[in-house]
Design a protein around this ligand. Sequence first.
Ligand code: ATP
Ligand code: MG
Length: 756
Amino acid sequence: MPDAAPAASLDTLLEGLNDPQKAAVVHGDGPLLVLAGAGSGKTRVLTHRIAYLVRTGQARPGEILAITFTNKAAQEMRERVGLLLGHSTRAMWVMTFHAACVRILRSEAPRLGYTRQFTIYDTSDSRRLVKRCLDELDVDAKRFTPAAVLNQISDAKNKLRDPEAYKQLQGSYYEQTIASVYERYQQQLHSMNAMDFDDLLNNVVACLELFPEVRARYQATFRHILVDEYQDTNHAQYRLLQLLAGKAGESPQNLMVVGDDGQSVYSFRGADIGNILNFQKDFPNAVQIKLEQNYRSTQNILSAANAVIGHNRNQIPKTLWTDQGEGDVIVVRELEDEHAEARYVVGEIERLVDEGVSRAEIAIFYRTNAQSRVMEDTLVRREIAYQVIGGTKFYERAEVKDAVAYLTILGNGQDVVSFTRVANSPRRGIGQTSLSRVINHASTMGIPVWEAAEDPMGVPGLGTAAVKALGRFMDTMNGLRAKMDEGIPVGDLLEAVLHETGYLDALEAERTIEAQGRKENLEELIEVAREFDHATAQDPGLDDTVDVFLQQISLVADADTREDDEGLVTLMTLHNAKGLEYPIVYLIGVEEGVFPHSRSIEEGTLEEERRLMYVGVTRAMRSLTLTHARRRAVFGGAPNYGLPSRFVAELPTDLVDRQGTASGWGAANVAAGAPRPRAVSSWGASGRSGGGGGGGGWGGGGEATPSYRTGDDVVHAAFGDGVVTGMQPGGMVTVRFAKDGSERTLLAEHAPMQKA
Ligand code: ATP
Ligand code: MG
């Protein structure tokens, strides 16, 4: 009975799958598109299909190429397939695009003039090389920062434009300059037998295009190609798949792609949503399968997600349902500021853990990396073990360490490590060799490195340029030290450090999203210092405030987050959350300007931002909480007054619990920076002042915002008598006025209106 065992296994492979899922798993030859909403089992189907193909003998393990978005996802997929098959999956290619390309190039690179041992340049290597090209071409270093140029080059590569093609395309001086840097950069990479990340893909594409025999070989090798998160592929990746899948009529085109246009969130990295939308045009024989049952979330969470994404115009409508029951409503909480927000979330987590929930079931998502800091501080203080996924813990981030090193060297002129860290960061013409000379000189003379640096002429062997650069640098540093000695608040000192050393300017000049993130982290660090200043303001006896500050943050930075039986709470940005799921999800900072990010509002990429919201909401299995703060100091300096995110307003009110929110429905607030309408205070508004000291009136009864209900009679200062006809999320109230019959939606908090 040799057939019995496989048959039984096949049943298990299909067991529990719904009909369209089964259809996708057992689909025969030819292209297959599974375009379906979140949590509908796309990844699961892909995994089961791999096992099915092997189990039924349609493919040997080595004939399968399965592409995932991250290494972590690849690892998980491999494990699952291994469990389903009950044997080794070593021969299978389950990996990211980049990993697959490296593997191909390790054998094919010689065809393109590289050796098999070619070097892979990471982003900082690439940036250094760009810098060198800029120098060699004598390009204005102010206008053309290495990071910005690399960004342009990478963008061109993602679109498969080589230097020649790029040159022909571009017109302006700026672009022509980049074209010549690109050309040189590419020559140099090649001459050094090196490839950057983008080259990995592009060189495989080139190889397959140039050498028909190579193409034929890989087409034969990868009889089945399966791609997860297809909505986030860029043009180069798309072309690679096209080449591997072969032409219709000549090749079976066994290419299965799964994805969700509603979760495309990487256009800023060159992802092209058109790839998934045009799949059937590119592969006319493609079968499309829709999955409509969501197995992840409760109905309330799903309905909320559907409502949010429904606000996008450019979205393929999809149905998603679940049989998991309604579940809990979505909790929306407005908090005073980001600290109250963190205390609230951590308090809830403590309560849940008390009730027996594992910390591993809980995730906290946020829009930008910098937002993790307050949360991390609070988790550390309450001794809740956590991990930050796909990012570095706040105090371990390079720019935060740089800033801390600046403060450290100001206080301790002997700290060679800190000095080395900051002397040429940002670049100011103090090279590695010069730096070593200064350090050697200091140690020979037995003086602090600061002292040696202050007198660059006295350092043997220093070139004129280095002497000058060092002199300028130490002038700045001495100025800063004088400020510190005057005892200015640490927050002000740090701000001065970052400005006067040119650190922030350098980031600004990069004009990249990464640099923007680093800037936000630094602004967050300034905020940490301001909190410290605030807390120690009552302590006039405190000397060496900078030292105390540094000690304090080093304690947080070192806080041991050991894993234990109760697992770790997981923190990550929304982008990193794609594809994952957690029973309990907190999404923090749901405010206009934070999420949607102000950049997306300015650049008109709100739909992508809304897709990110959809990703966030659909990660939650049974509990979802959104928090927003009335006041947030994310951007350094003055507090921001945040309107709750428009995405909160897009949630159907009947799915949302806002009770217990400090201000109830009076959540809406004036936009950041706009003057507060003062005239309203006599009309029962909260009486907060614009300057940020307020908040006392919130939720305290008396002066608090009147809470309206449908049917309430009201009187408005300008429009006269009216009746409340509806409540809108975000603290809006709709009123029909008797005088002219008009219906107006007003901000409950600010409208000059009272209950009659
Ligand atoms: P996303 O769009 O977020 O990537 P997805 O469509 O890839 O989601 P999966 O992660 O594959 O969805 O599945 C979501 C959850 O539902 C997983 O926990 C998965 O194991 C479960 N699931 C999917 N299909 C079924 C099924 N037929 N029976 C039971 N559970 C299922
Ligand atoms: Mg998935």
